[in-house]
Design a protein around this ligand. Structure first.
Ligand code: GLN
Length: 229
């Protein structure tokens, strides 16, 4: 392998409003995706530039395209539209969208969202999906906490977002809300990598394979998720 001085340095970007995948804790960027990319970097002798650059979800793909960052971790769903703009690693987490409502809501599923106001995070798969539905009023926020607050203060009747993050919200002291209905989508998260460096994509995929094979992926998973969600 290369000596430490020859280590390839990668500029990493993250959206820190996606707990438990990315979040700020004690002034530090942390979460499942952060531990995963750090383990991949260690495995592949890559050095992550300090600091990790935090930005709105919406800003990550443009930042990769302009070279501000080389790699983004953001629980980013692999979609064909995004694949035109960035390379994606192999899927590393299977997810899907769910509907979060107040416990006393009559909303039971997607059909009930007609005529309602739904809060989403700007530019995410939930925003893209609901924007195709003419009968739903959408309020868009950069920070998912603002979307949850909108539900709490009655400005929206539901939040549609990635189910693990909705469950994390419930489990972090918000027992007055619940997930209803079945998952609206099946989605896979990938690590987004600049199209300018196919070798880097290869290393990230190799590292991911090794962490899955040697049990490290499983260990990191257990640090953040108690059971399957
Ligand atoms: N998985 C969703 C998407 O890719 C949301 C990601 C996020 O908010 N960080 O659109």
């Amino acid at each position: 392998g290369k000596s430490a001085s020859q280590q390839e340095v990668i500029k990493l970007g993250a959206d820190v409003t996606f707990p438990p995948f990315e979040m700020m804790k004690d002034g530090k960027v942390t979460g499942f995706d952060i531990d995963l990319i750090k383990a991949i970097a260690a495995q592949e002798n890559l050095k992550i530039a300090d600091p990790i650059q935090t930005m709105d979800f919406q800003g990550l793909i443009p930042a990769i395209q302009t070279g501000t960052i080389d790699v983004a971790v953001a629980g980013m769903t692999i979609t064909s539209a995004r694949e035109q703009q960035v390379n994606f690693s192999k899927p590393y987490y299977h997810s899907g969208l769910s509907i979060l409502v107040k416990n006393d809501s009559t909303i039971k599923g997607l059909a009930d969202l007609k005529g309602k106001t739904v809060a989403v995070k700007l530019g995410t798969t939930a925003d893209i999906m609901l924007s195709k539905d003419q009968g739903i009023k959408i309020k868009r926020f950069n920070n998912i906490d603002d979307a949850y607050n909108e539900l709490q203060n009655g400005g929206a009747q539901a939040v549609v977002f990635d189910n693990p993050v909705n469950l994390n919200y419930i489990n972090t002291g918000h027992s007055n809300v619940k997930v209803v209905g079945s998952l609206l989508t099946g989605e896979d998260y990938g690590i987004a990598v600049t199209k300018q460096n196919s070798q880097l994509l290869q290393k990230i995929n190799d590292g991911l394979d090794k962490l899955i094979a040697n049990g490290q992926y499983e260990k990191i998973y257990r640090d953040y998720f108690k059971s399957d969600n």
